[in-house]
Every structure is written in C-alpha cells, then in structure tokens.
Write a protein that binds this ligand. Structure first.
Ligand code: ATP
Ligand code: MG
Length: 445
C-alpha cells in the first residue's frame, strides 16, 4: 500500500476524551472513530488489525477441532424467554420490536440461539463431542462505555459452545479451550494469565478469565510471578489427547492467580513473598463450564450409550477480539506511539523515502516495494512529499515493527537502513539484504 492513497487520518493533537493510552493511540493513529457512545467505526488500519486478530482466533479454533459458523446479531426474544434470561439480563440488553410487534434483541451472547440449533439437529451421543463457534458483533448497553474499544457497547467477540454427553467429556472441552486460548494469546504476542474467576449470573461450576496485565486494566488481580515464566512455545499439542490438555491446564492453574472476586488471602500468603504480585489486568477472554443449565431449561437432550435421554453438558467460551486490539497496545507502546508485534501488525514494514522526487530514491523504493510484495510481505510505502521528520513521526505513531529508510546519500554507497521500532536499532544493508532479513523475520512468525 502507498501512503499517498491510503486513508490514514492521523491526529497531531491528543484527543481530550481519551483517558487511556490505547484509546488515545487508536484515535491518533487513525484506526477508529467514534460513531456514538461505545460504538466505533473501524478505519482501514484498525480494521486490518482486527482482521488479523480474527484470523489468528479462527486458525487456533480450527486447530482445536472447533466448527466455525455465523449466527445473526438480531435474535428472537422467545428463545430467551425459554431460558429465563429475557427478564434476567437487565438493562444491558438492547431490546427492539419489529414492524409486526415481535420482540427481538441485539445479541449480547448466544447460548440460547446455539442451544436451539443444537436441539433441532443432534439427538445422539454419537454426534458428540461438538464445539460450534462464531466471531460476531455483540451489543451490551454498558452503563459507562469507556476506554475506546476496551469497553464498548458494540464489540467483536468470538463465542464458542461445546456440547458433550457427560461431565468428564465437557471438562476435556474446557481444558482444550484453555490450551487453545493460551496459544491464541501467545501468537498475538501477549501474556494472558488464566485466573480462577467468579461464575456470576451465567451460573457455572468452573470458569477462568484470561487477563493481560496493564495498569489501566479494570480488574484487580493477584498472582504468583512464577506463572509469567510459563510458555507453550512450539510444543506439539494433540487436542484429542485428554491427558495432555489436562496436564497443560494443571501447569497453568497451579501457580496462584485470581481476580479480586475470588481472591483468597490465606492461600495467597503461602506464595513466597518475593513472588506475590498484585496489579491491574484487562480481561481478554473467559471460559465456562456450566453443565446442563441451558440444556435443561431448553430441552436439549441426547441419547447416551446406555440408551437414556440425558441433558447435554455445555460450556461457553469467549474471546474479546475488538478489546484485544486495545489490550495489545496497552501492553506494547512507548511515548512515540504503538509498537505492533509482528504477528498482528497492520503492515509488515514501512518504507520511508527521504527524498520523494529524487530519481534514485524513488526507483530504489519502488524496487523494494515490489521485492517485498513478491515475497508475500506487506509494505506501507510513505511516498508523500513530506519532511523526513514528519514521515518518521507517522511511522513511529502507527508502530510498524520494521522500517526501511531510503535516501540519496545511503544509495550512493548502495545501502538502505533497516530499523526496529521496538529497540530503535538500525542496520545498514544492501536493499536486497534488507528484504532477505525481513523474509527471515516473518518466516518465524
Ligand atoms: P466484563 O467483565 O469486562 O464486562 P464479561 O465478563 O461480561 O466482561 P464475557 O461475557 O466473559 O464478558 O465476554 C467475553 C469477552 O468479551 C470478555 O472476556 C471481554 O474480553 C469481551 N468483552 C466483554 N464485554 C465487552 C465490552 N463491553 N467491550 C469490549 N469487549 C468486551
Ligand atoms: Mg467475562
């Protein structure tokens, strides 16, 4: 993409309404614009990051054996009356009436709709286990939408639902989700810690929230710092292997890690003092096992191996995809702007032409642009007639992990400069070596 043709409305001023850094930077970097309270338009660059996160979520869900699908945003109130949640959900539910006077709602979550789909098609344990998920916009009429996409009213969420014949099988689904979530966040360059959470009004036997540590997080968290050393890395995971998934869950849930809702001071003091941490965290996902809560109220039964009709065991599992865009920025920025991890960056590398209009510089940039594109990388070429300082400031603000700087002086010696956004370190390289280096870097992602 050429910057001269890209819609990137960066702001020089710091927007007054933004209280936290991710919100400020998303506005300044031209990623989002507010449409109304808690509702945002995703401009091209924000949309690109959102899509990248969505793709990672899809890839990891499919790897875990889950079925992608798509349910609508508008739902009929009748299903929610069956489960009893139409009244219970309260003011966060946006209720609408269609022209025939039918009660509808903008889905805040999808347990009812998915249970209805399930009960109309699945009757036997032989069709299980089954996990269905989608990534779709949700609406919750939050009292105080704030912090940009962190607490929106309309937000993008992955929600998945497992259906199992009994409790042990449902616990494997729970563990499998935990492992796939750990992998998902790791791929996004994030450390998200599973913390025992409170099951709240959804009602459940087992639930963990995933929290990214950040001063601006809305949750208070307590944890053993040993958990920060855990990493899945490139471990091979067989998602059908109950023991392996259980062992990984065990590994991640052994060190103390809880939100304030479930915090247990007595248990916490058993952690060696030097490792006892308390801080703030951003909830980026949650997994739930809730047994037969919905299957009983909505008559979702299957015949088991013994020939008995039993209510199916379920769990629901969510990832806050749009919130993650903000969470990644909270975790990775400096005072000049965003620093994208390579796996989610909107463009792989920025090309800065120091002297637009100079034949040698223009040609070298074009050649680089073509070479990078041919290797499957996505460059953003700043081909505007701007001062070098302004170009650097834009690149720093939008946070592409790598920048190639091309200028007449370097070209006289046959070199360009490759700079890391994170460390600020630069290397002088021949243009073709800069391309090769980037190919190497991105091959590892
Ligand atoms: P919270 O406690 O932050 O209100 P929740 O526990 O009600 O969230 P879940 O039902 O667990 O939310 O939804 C799954 C995920 O969706 C959350 O972990 C979070 O990342 C994201 N999410 C929930 N509410 C919002 C919101 N208003 N704006 C953006 N993302 C949200
Ligand atoms: Mg939650």
């Amino acid at each position: 993409m050429r910057l001269s043709r890209y819609f990137l409305p960066v702001l020089k001023e710091t927007p007054a309404e933004a209280q936290i850094v991710s919100h400020r930077l998303m506005l300044r970097a031209g990623m989002i614009r507010q449409a109304s309270a808690g509702i945002y338009s995703w401009l091209p660059m924000g949309f690109k990051v959102l899509r990248k996160l969505e793709n990672i979520v899809h890839e990891e869900q499919i790897r875990a054996g889950h079925n992608p699908m798509l349910m609508p945003t508008l739902q009929s109130a009748d299903l929610w009356r069956e489960s009893g949640r139409y009244e219970d959900y309260g003011d966060e539910m946006l209720r609408v009436t269609d022209r025939h006077g039918r009660d509808m709602l903008y889905g805040p979550t999808n347990e009812e709709l998915i249970t209805d789909i399930f009960r109309n098609s699945v009757t036997s344990y032989k069709q299980l286990p089954l996990t269905l998920y989608h990534i779709q916009w949700k609406f919750r009429d939050e009292v105080r939408p704030r912090f940009g996409v962190m607490r929106g009213r309309e937000f993008f969420m992955k929600d998945g639902y497992n259906f199992d014949v009994d409790q042990p099988s449902a616990m494997h689904a729970y563990n499998r989700h935990m492992v796939s979530y750990l992998r998902t966040y790791e791929r996004m360059g994030l450390k998200a810690i599973p913390m025992r959470a409170d099951s709240g009004p959804i009602g459940g036997d087992d639930t963990h929230e995933f929290l990214v540590l950040a001063d601006t997080g809305e949750s208070e968290v307590f944890y053993d710092s040993a958990i920060l050393d855990l990493k899945l890395g490139d471990r091979e995971v067989d998602y059908d292997n109950w023991d392996q998934c259980a062992a990984i869950k065990q590994e991640w849930t052994t060190p103390y890690a809880r939100t304030d809702e479930t915090h247990d001071e007595a248990a916490f003091t058993k952690v060696p003092e030097a490792r006892r941490m308390s801080s703030r965290g951003i909830e980026v996902g949650q997994i739930f096992y809730f047994g037969t809560k919905y299957s009983e109220s909505m008559n979702a039964n299957v015949v088991n191996a013994e020939g008995e009709r039993v209510p199916v065991h379920m769990g629901s599992h969510g990832i806050g995809v749009s919130r993650l865009v903000g969470a990644i920025i909270e975790a990775s920025h400096d005072d000049r702007g965003i620093i994208w991890p390579e796996s989610v960056t909107p463009f792989d590398v920025g090309i800065v032409n120091l002297k637009q209009g100079d034949t040698a510089a223009d040609e070298a940039c074009e050649t680089l642009y073509r070479a990078l594109t041919a290797k499957g990388l996505e460059p953003l070429y700043d081909d505007r007639k701007e001062r070098a300082g302004a170009k650097f400031a834009t690149m720093d603000l939008i946070g592409l992990p790598w920048r190639i700087t091309v200028g007449p002086r370097g070209l006289k010696n046959g070199i360009v400069e490759l700079t890391s956004r994170k460390t600020g370190e630069s290397q002088e390289l021949k243009p073709e070596d800069a391309v090769a280096r980037l190919v190497e870097i991105y091959a590892e992602i």
